[in-house]
Design a protein around this ligand. Structure first.
Ligand code: GDP
Ligand code: MN
Length: 399
């Protein structure tokens, strides 16, 4: 689950990580109040207005703007709130900005240089370890750094059994070229950041940029946080940070019905039990000359309720030209599933696209008979090949 920058910073702060202080606002008036409230203990009276959307690259897209006084705060807030912000990560349609973060300007000038770094903590699934990835080249696209100057990206592997060790935090500060007070600050920063990542059951904490100020403070200016959804039951306060406005509406509805659903852009909707079978079914659709419109795993119990919820979600997608139901009756009996499909179909009423229903396993023959005798616009199949041929046939009929 992704959260907003301001929420990520709240979490970081609660673990003792220094962050660029800010207050979230929904209106220009609130933004002005926020700017007044911000106790400026840095050496700058300026504030920065930052669009809160679940995508990076906001700076480049015009979603991060400086304001030098309260009039400018109001002006920038008015400009950014309600804008359809397009960044390299949003896709061409962009994302609507409905919240902004009013934050202290931490790039104030000073005796020595300010410097931006990149630091992230993430899970390396192949190694089964957490990794701290860091670079002296902060503030820019890390993908670009990886492509053009990969030698400037460092990785530190953390054994999850013992956690981040002191020598590792010192090595990171050293490799980032820091000495004296800034070195100490960076060791503290990395230690607290790792603690935050580990304790919150996150799969990623990416801070880009981490800023060393001219007076040797080390501060998180940005925060991109991804919390493992499977662990949210342990963290109700983080679960409450979910912003469904940022997610695909079809996926939000599916998760409310406990369906494992990913929206895709093809023309054949599918409804399958089991993630492995769902992947195989998407391949079959491709082989039949179609394109999967979604990934949908209805889970172990394919009853009338789940089938109905699945139909309703798939039918919201106007590109869908056919629906392939592919259920293996191992624990669940096929005739039960068939009855569920029939009941759901009747409850919804007229379904405008042809349905191919392949049920295999316990009582497959009985299930086929039920479908065939239902009088509904549903093609039945037992073998996979039959189902694939039916998909090709109904697509060809509509071409
Ligand atoms: P992103 O573009 O979505 O990654 O958003 P960031 O939070 O990383 O901000 C983008 C850029 O805005 C940063 O790399 C900084 O260069 C700039 N920025 C952020 N905060 C401040 C600030 O307080 N003062 C100034 N002058 N620039 C800032
Ligand atoms: Mn950033």
């Amino acid at each position: 689950m992704n959260i907003h920058e301001y929420q990520g910073k709240q979490i970081l702060k609660s673990f003792g990580v220094n962050v660029q202080e800010g207050i979230v606002a929904d209106t220009p008036e609130q933004a002005v109040e926020a700017a007044k409230q911000l106790k400026i203990d840095y050496n700058s009276d300026w504030v920065v207005i930052k669009a809160q959307i679940h995508a990076g690259g906001r700076g480049k897209g015009g979603g991060v703007k400086l304001a030098k006084n309260l009039e400018e705060v109001k002006q920038r807030a008015t400009d950014i709130l309600g804008m359809q912000l397009i960044t390299p990560q949003t896709g061409p349609e962009g994302k609507l900005v409905s919240k902004i973060l009013v934050a202290q300007d931490v790039y104030y000038p000073g005796a020595s240089e300010t410097k931006e770094y990149y630091i992230s903590v993430l899970l390396d699934r192949a190694k089964g370890r957490n990794i701290i990835m860091y670079s002296t080249e902060g503030g820019m696209d890390i993908e670009e750094v990886a492509e053009h100057t990969p030698h400037l990206i460092f990785k530190e592997e953390i054994d999850p059994k013992v956690g981040l060790q002191g020598f590792q935090a010192r090595k990171i500060a050293f490799k980032l070229g820091l000495t004296g007070g800034a070195h100490k600050e960076m060791v503290k920063f990395v230690t607290a950041l790792y603690k935050a990542y580990d304790t919150t059951d996150s799969s990623m904490f990416e801070i880009n940029p981490v800023l060393k100020t001219s007076d040797d403070k080390v501060i998180a200016v940005d925060a991109k946080v991804d919390i493992d959804e499977n662990a949210l039951y342990r963290h109700p306060d983080y679960a409450a940070m979910r912003d469904t406005m940022e997610e695909d509406p079809m996926e939000v509805e599916a998760s409310a019905s406990n369906l494992n659903f990913v929206n895709l852009d093809g023309n054949v909707g599918c409804m399958v039990n089991g993630a492995g079978l769902a992947m195989a079914t998407m391949d079959i659709i491709k082989l039949a000359g179609g394109d999967p419109a979604n990934f949908l795993d209805v889970g172990g119990t394919a009853n009338a309720q789940t089938v109905k919820a699945a139909f309703n979600i798939i039918l919201k997608d106007k590109n869908v030209k056919a629906i392939l139901i592919n259920i293996f009756g191992g624990i669940v009996r096929c005739d039960r599933v068939a009855q569920g499909v029939i009941d759901a179909y009747k409850e919804i009423g007229d379904i405008p696209v042809p349905i191919i229903c392949r049920l295999q396993g316990t009582n497959a023959e009985e299930a086929k008979k039920l479908i065939d005798e239902s009088g509904l616009k549903v093609y039945s199949a037992i073998a996979l090949k039959e189902a694939a041929d039916l998909v090709s046939k109904v697509l060809a009929e509509q071409a």
